[in-house]
Design a protein around this ligand. Structure first.
Ligand SMILES: Cc1cc2nc3c(=O)[nH]c(=O)nc-3n(C[C@H](O)[C@H](O)[C@H](O)COP(=O)(O)O)c2cc1C
Length: 402
């Protein structure tokens, strides 16, 4: 079994260790999606701290695929490439061996027209119970055009100098919407074969760039007749046949219940203050919600437990017997957890998000025995602040990285 600090080889790319910093939305770009000094400092700090491999927050592939937050980074044009180049330079100056991977995404129905300038698009007309926007179902030719948009974004990632690209196929974003039977109720070729959109995206991306391609997939979601571990396994078997993908990260859920992607605390006051669902309501409604509705509402939230995606990931791993390196994310907080995922269950690596927000040097602390356990309490103040104008940081009172 590989040790957790041994390199991880992804065909043409070697990652310094089995621990990766998971994609984490930064809320730091300018309104045109260009990254700048704040991004550079964030990633420089992670590189200096020994992160080894950094996956960026989700960057939009086109204006139509923008998230609600006004400070999301983009990889939709040449200006974005130039801006990212400077950030990558800073990372490589800090640690020439640090790998930096761009996560790219199209939000599909999980956004609203204020962000995109048009009716959000999706695999089908089903509205998202969180964003509530009307959804324009992409026609067959519009879907084929999206394939190229993803491919072009991958090409831009490689021109910017990223070591790899992660195509976001999880959390209910556009690719997930095509994969899930709940959102993809189409009768055309993209509905008869729900894998087809992702397959074409991967083929187009590979025809444009040779950098490694990593996928993030939700192994399961919160509703019946949607993505299940068995369906994810079937998709991974098809992905394996394509021989394009270099690693797959197993996550969970959709933005319909974002707290179930992350699990942990539900800090209600900042949610009511910042969250899109609530900012449209006045104080009387918020008071009523807080005192009478929230208790009932939060029954939808799944509890946090250490390594909460591991069970699904084990199911998927056993079912597919995949030779594609598999990474697990979610609730991994200690050296013991990482060993369990890698050494006991045979996964190739782990990704951690919140522990790196709280301690950017956590890998160095682990590798030098300065610490065996993250200080992160999964309070989710960092997550809730994604909806605020504030930049990414640890918002827990008393945190060393506030
Ligand atoms: C503040 C914050 C921002 C996140 N941004 C992204 C993102 O941009 N893309 C993504 O795929 N996942 C994102 N996630 C999910 C994480 O990558 C990760 O899968 C999840 O938080 C579970 O890992 P953890 O328990 O180590 O935090 C985010 C999570 C948090 C808390």
């Amino acid at each position: 079994m590989p040790s957790i600090f041994s390199p991880l080889k992804l065909k043409h790319l070697t990652l310094p260790s089995r621990i990766l910093r998971a994609a984490t939305y930064e809320n730091m770009a300018d309104p045109d999606g260009c990254v700048g000094e704040q991004h550079a400092r964030l990633y420089q700090k992670l590189a200096t701290g020994g992160a080894g491999t950094i996956i960026t927050g989700f960057s939009y592939v086109s204006r139509q695929g923008r998230a609600l937050q006004p400070f999301q980074a983009g990889i939709a044009n040449d200006e974005h490439i130039e801006a990212w180049k400077k950030v990558i330079d800073r990372v490589k100056q800090a640690d020439p061996n640090c790998r930096i991977i761009l996560q790219i995404a199209h939000t599909g129905r999980q956004t609203d027209r204020k962000a995109t300038g048009e009716t959000p698009v999706g695999a089908g007309p089903v509205r998202c119970t969180y964003f509530l926007s009307r959804v324009h179902t992409l026609t067959e030719s519009e879907t084929a055009a999206q394939v190229k948009i993803f491919g072009q974004a991958c090409k831009r990632a490689s021109r910017a100098g990223f070591d790899a690209v992660q195509i976001h196929s999880a959390h209910g974003y556009l690719i997930h919407q095509f994969l899930s039977p709940y959102t993809n109720r189409r009768h055309d070729r993209y509905g008869e074969n729900r894998f087809l959109f992702l397959k074409e995206v991967l083929e187009d991306a590979r025809s444009r760039t040779s950098i490694p391609i990593i996928l993030k997939m939700s192994g399961s979601e919160d509703r019946p007749r949607a993505i299940t571990p068995d369906l994810t396994s079937a998709y991974i078997s098809e992905i394996e046949h394509l021989n394009i993908v270099d690693a797959i990260e197993i996550s969970y859920g959709t933005m319909e219940i974002a707290f179930n992607i992350m699990r942990g605390g539900h800090p209600l006051d900042p949610v009511l203050h910042h969250n899109y669902l609530f900012t449209r309501f006045g104080p009387a409604f918020l008071w009523f919600f807080k005192h009478f509705v929230f208790h009932w509402y939060k029954r939808r939230f799944l509890p946090f437990s250490p390594m909460y995606n591991l069970e699904n990931a084990i199911h998927i791993k056993k079912k597919t017997n995949s030779t594609i390196p598999l990474l697990v994310t979610g609730g991994i907080r200690s050296v013991e957890h990482i060993r369990e995922v890698i050494e006991k269950h045979g996964f190739d690596g782990v990704t951690m998000c919140r522990p790196f927000i709280c301690e950017p040097d956590i890998v160095t602390k682990f590798s030098s025995n300065l610490s065996k356990k993250s200080l992160c309490t999964s309070c989710n103040l960092c997550a809730v602040n994604c909806d605020s104008p504030n930049p990414l940081k640890c918002y827990r009172p008393g945190s060393e990285n506030r």
